[in-house]
Design a protein around this ligand. Structure first.
Ligand code: ZN
Length: 430
């Protein structure tokens, strides 16, 4: 984590310096103004309605645009990096969750119901579905690794007192994937995943991490599924991959869940807060419970190695973190509206309409502010909506076929051709 050494020294010298206290207060005020719930309302991105149910998120049109842009980017990256996209149902038979063990250990968090005498469960996880796709036919070692990825929406019961905006909800979408591979392929998979995660997070402006390797409690191996050899091999593969990528990490013995070791790559946001998003998790439990195997080069059946991984985690939560990280100033490639076209007067409306059409045809998300408000009000409104660009058009622009561009937060960016603005925006990764 980046630290300001000067500030630390000052703090020690003057532990009750009023300036420090005031600074802290200001910082708190900044954070509360950047609360994702306020930003969500101000920018009309999402809401949670008691009529619908607590912990259930309604994505408004603007929020849905951002969500879809994130998903398109995510899907493209996954397809280019050896993943296959899958799509699975929202409910499944009770028996499936009996096999997976969820019904025995997790039922208090599951929505279980009955229809025509058949027990059904609203899915709290996607894993059993991906396993079912894997098991749809026999698999050869030649096919491995198989990587199934899905934006899978799951529902988990959380007590109403624990719910908090988008950070803790009852229905959410995970950017989930499951990797099925051989023991020999594990290390390479982890190496690739570490690079992949960092590239994806960098795209959203997160460069700083705290990384944890959760391992078995060496004093109590009986508490865990899987053999000593499996644990040792998996823990070594994770640690070696982190070392090879020179990623600093902290090992936390005893923090692993009973079914396998994991890596958490927690992102650090602009306010220095740490958030758990990315998890790469081994599983020695489900392959045994579901008997998932592959046929090896020796023509014999072998148990497959299974890794669960989510990079962004829950999309709702990631969206909240991202919003607070950038204080609602989403990068241009994610902004729901990238350009507000603002005519100076009604005389220029026709030209403004043509500018709007041209930007849209160039693939830019543009809106036309044809309200009767004054220009200064329209500019102020676009600033409040945190729209990255404004294209202001008056008589002069209509005559020259150009636009006067303003950038959010910085102001006048000069006169330019419509295509030039479209080019600049696309360069930011549209
Ligand atoms: Zn899983």
């Amino acid at each position: 984590m980046k630290q300001n050494p000067k500030r630390c020294v000052k703090k020690r010298e003057h532990p009750i310096d009023p300036a420090n206290v005031l600074g802290k207060k200001n910082k708190e005020r900044e954070i509360s103004a950047a609360d994702h719930r306020l930003l969500g309302q101000q920018l009309d991105l999402f809401s949670i309605s008691e009529d619908v149910g607590v912990g259930l998120v309604l994505w408004h049109p603007n929020g849905t645009i951002v969500r879809n842009v994130i998903r398109d980017y995510w899907e493209k990256e996954h397809l280019q990096n050896g993943y296959q996209l899958v799509c699975t149902p929202h409910i499944a038979r009770r028996e499936l969750w009996k096999t997976s063990g969820h019904l025995d250990y997790y039922e208090q968090n599951m929505y279980v119901f009955e229809k025509d005498g058949e027990g059904l469960v609203v899915k709290p996880m996607n894993c059993p579905f991906h396993i079912a796709i894997y098991k749809a036919r026999p698999r050869s070692y030649r096919e491995l690794p198989i990587r199934y990825a899905e934006w899978g929406t799951v529902y988990r019961y959380e007590r109403s007192g624990t719910l908090q905006g988008l950070l803790r909800v009852r229905g959410f979408t995970q950017d989930d994937a499951h990797i099925f591979c051989t023991a020999e392929q594990v290390k390479q998979e982890i190496l690739t995943l570490l690079d992949f995660t960092r590239r994806i997070m960098r795209r959203f402006g997160f460069e700083e991490y705290r990384v944890y390797l959760s391992t078995r409690d060496p004093e109590h191996p009986e508490k865990y599924m899987g053999s000593n050899e499996e644990w040792q091999r998996a823990q070594n593969a994770l640690a070696e991959a982190l070392q090879e990528k020179t990623i600093a990490f902290r090992e936390v013995p005893g923090e692993a869940v009973f079914y396998g070791p994991k890596i958490d790559m927690n992102i650090v946001d602009a306010a220095g807060r740490e958030w758990q998003c990315t998890t790469l998790q081994f599983d020695f439990n489900l392959p045994k419970r579901f008997n998932i195997t592959y046929v090896g080069a020796d023509n014999k059946e072998h148990e497959v190695v299974m890794i669960h991984r989510a990079l962004l985690g829950a999309i709702e939560r990631f969206f909240a973190i991202l919003l607070e990280h950038c204080n609602g100033n989403l990068p241009t490639w994610l902004a729901p509206v990238q350009v507000s076209v603002i005519p100076v007067s009604d005389d220029c409306l026709e030209y403004a309409e043509s500018v709007h059409r041209k930007l849209v045809s160039c693939g830019i998300r543009a809106e036309l502010d044809d309200s009767t408000s004054t220009v200064s009000y329209k500019i102020r409104n676009a600033e409040l909506q945190k729209i990255p660009y404004m294209a202001i058009v008056g008589k002069h622009e209509a005559e020259t076929g150009r636009i006067a561009v303003r950038k959010h937060g910085t102001g006048n960016a000069g006169s330019m051709a419509i295509k030039e603005l479209a080019r600049q925006i696309r360069k930011h990764g549209n």
